[in-house]
Write a protein that binds this ligand. Structure first.
Ligand code: SF4
Ligand code: SF4
Ligand code: FES
Length: 230
């Protein structure tokens, strides 16, 4: 693949043919926010958080899937792109539990970071919420769809890293959910509790089952001999 030249934010940069706008921007120290994107794992352009303006294109384009070409002119932080990104995040937030204070991902959450970066300060689209599923039956994984942003990263990780394909999208439109088939519990499907889905989830929709209090109680129980294995 040959070298090509394009312009990002008035700067001429070099790229390899076949790269995406996001990859080239990152290589050149230009930050474009993302949510569904994970290198080598997802490439669906599902969330539209990475929208940028491409000269000559009628609509904004998802930088994570848009291929570069010779002479392309990109604006990553035009008013139009910034407003569109903020709008996308506001829509996600409108269907989110916003349970931050007691959430396991509080202060380490990609949705929180996006709200901070894009200046989301109000519930712009308050209204109905998708009925959610809370599953804490399995030994290791908790699933709370009220916090799911439908990024699809867990679906890709289960299929491509672990080779199992237990997770998928179900229903459509406002009712869309991600999880094991027919919205079953992780306990009722062929899940091996590897946790790859948890590793890639950007929010608190999937997390490990905490047993820290059981451990503390066991350590403090004078009648118990406690062995720790790390
Ligand atoms: S997932 Fe993030 S935004 Fe949602 S409740 Fe948890 S910390 Fe807050
Ligand atoms: S559970 Fe997490 S990784 Fe899976 S789609 Fe929802 S937010 Fe994305
Ligand atoms: S990060 Fe590009 S569409 Fe989601």
């Amino acid at each position: 693949m040959g070298k090509i030249k394009l312009t990002i934010n008035n700067r001429v940069v070099e790229a390899e043919d076949g790269q995406t706008v996001l990859e080239v921007a990152r290589e050149n120290g230009i930050h474009i926010p993302t949510l569904c994107y994970l290198k080598d794992l997802t490439g669906t352009g599902a969330c539209r958080v990475c929208q940028v303006e491409i000269e000559g294109a009628r609509t904004l384009c998802a930088a994570c899937v848009y291929p570069v070409r010779e002479g392309l002119v990109v604006k990553t932080h035009s008013v139009r792109a910034l407003e569109a990104r903020k709008n996308v995040v506001e829509l996600i937030v409108s269907n989110h539990s916003k349970d931050c204070l007691s959430c396991i991902r509080n202060t380490n959450c990609e949705l929180q970071r996006l709200c901070q970066e894009l200046g989301v300060r109000e519930d712009a689209y308050a209204g109905n919420k998708t009925p959610s599923t809370f599953d804490e039956v399995s030994p290791g994984i908790v699933r709370d769809t009220s916090k799911c942003v439908l990024c699809g990263r867990c679906v890709a990780a289960c299929k491509k890293i672990q080779g199992l394909g237990i997770l998928g999208f179900m229903d459509r439109g406002f009712k869309t959910k991600v999880g094991p088939v027919y919205d079953r519990s992780f306990n009722d499907v062929n899940c091996m509790q590897c946790g790859q889905c948890i590793n890639v989830c950007p929010v608190g929709a999937l997390h490990e089952k905490e047993e820290i209090h059981d451990v503390i109680n066991a350590i403090n129980d004078p009648h118990k001999h406690v062995i720790v294995q790390t």
